[in-house]
Write a protein of this length. Structure first.
Length: 275
């Protein structure tokens, strides 16, 4: 029962953050970059989330700013997950020197935090989404590589893999159908957790002015712009912060619920503890 409650709360939180972004693809209440006469206006029927120090509509800026945040998170987790799974799967299936070299490469990538990698790439390419997305993708590679490597090492010696090999199944069929299929649960959990971490990292980098560049809005940069006027009007900081927190919380709750629902070990623990 608790698992279903966590999943429901997670989906609800994610929808609250995601729906304005999706609606913003087809409709915006105001031009997000158009200054208005009402500076620091509180929430009202005309401006549901108030306005910032230029009189720009906060809701419209949140709707536009979420596009880049979710796009960067999806790209980073997709690319990092693909490269990490291939790297870890190769290491775990082949073993030996290849496994050691692949995992040391993953450890080397893990030694560079996303912020540091974004700073280095920003120095080469200049600030913008390309450097941020690439840095976050590299940051995700070691996590997927470790999961894939551990899964391949554990599963390649199992009886059903040996039976498939004895039946004449080729390497690709064994890997795709018998190993990766059984890794779907931990990889899916890492995808949801990675999306939440990527959203938070993108906002942090935008706060440092390394992400989306003006005039396009970004949730992290909105927080940066609103901090100096927080005492005069907290709304330009409160609403982007709440939306970002709901998105990250929702993804983490969904990941935890998926892990509990699909992991046999957690199912056994839950049965032993009726509360």
């Amino acid at each position: 029962m608790k698992r279903h409650i966590g999943l429901g709360v997670g989906v609800l939180c994610l929808l609250v953050a995601l729906i304005p972004v999706l609606v913003g693809l087809v409709w915006l209440p105001y031009d997000p970059n158009l200054p208005g006469p009402q500076r620091f206006a509180p929430p009202s029927l005309h401006h549901l989330m108030g306005t910032d120090w230029f009189g720009r509509d906060t809701l419209a800026r949140i709707m536009i700013g979420g596009r880049a945040s979710f796009a960067v998170a999806l790209f980073a987790v997709s690319l990092g997950g693909l490269v990490g799974t291939l790297l870890g799967g190769f290491a775990g299936y082949v073993g030996g020197i290849a496994e050691e070299a692949a995992m040391r490469l993953a450890d080397a990538l893990l030694a560079f935090p996303a912020v540091l990698a974004a700073l280095l790439l920003g120095a080469v390419w200049g600030p913008g989404l390309a450097g941020v997305a690439t840095a976050l993708a590299l940051f995700n590679v070691p996590f997927f590589a470790r999961i894939a490597r551990a899964g391949f090492v554990s599963l390649k010696t199992r009886e059903f893999v040996a039976a498939a090999r004895a039946a004449g199944a080729g390497t690709w069929r064994i890997v795709l159908r018998h190993i990766l299929l059984n890794l779907a649960s931990p990889l899916l959990v890492q995808i949801t957790v990675g999306l939440g971490a990527a959203l938070l990292a993108e906002a942090s980098l935008s706060y440092l002015r390394l992400g989306v560049q003006p005039p396009l809005p970004a949730w992290g940069r909105m927080l940066r712009e609103a901090q100096d006027s927080f005492v005069l009007s907290p709304w330009p900081a409160v609403f982007p912060g709440v939306v970002l927190a709901l998105a990250v919380l929702g993804l983490n709750l969904i990941g935890d619920a998926i892990r509990d629902l699909l992991d046999p070990a957690f199912r056994r623990i839950t049965r032993l503890r009726p509360w």
